[in-house]
Design a protein around this ligand. Structure first.
Ligand code: FES
Length: 103
């Protein structure tokens, strides 16, 4: 199973292939900052992908549109910025997200 490491909290969990980063981390007992119903609208869940960018599902049009709308052009110029509620794991990744805490 793919492994997700979340910094700076330093937790590492396993996730089934195809699960979103957020759902996997929450299922392991952690809170991930959100501002919508995990639909890709608010972008509050945005994370930086430290490694394994190619082991996440590709960014869809809806994710891209909402990043553009909420965070501006520069947000989509950097492919490391992804929405944790939309990005699905396909292999090992390391991500950085402040505010992830034990639930
Ligand atoms: S939780 Fe709102 S965009 Fe991911």
């Amino acid at each position: 199973m793919p492994r997700i490491r979340v910094e700076p909290i330093g937790v590492e969990i396993e996730a089934p292939v195809g699960e979103t980063v957020m759902d996997a981390v929450c299922a392991a007992g952690y809170f991930w900052p959100v501002g919508c119903a995990k639909t890709g609208e608010c972008t509050n869940c945005a994370m930086e992908v430290v490694s394994g960018l190619g082991r996440l599902s590709q960014m869809g049009r809806y994710e891209r549109q909402n990043l553009l709308r909420q965070r501006g052009t520069r947000s989509v110029e950097d492919p490391r910025l992804r929405l944790a509620c939309q990005a699905r794991v396909e292999g090992d990744v390391v991500v950085y997200k402040r505010g992830v805490i034990p639930d």
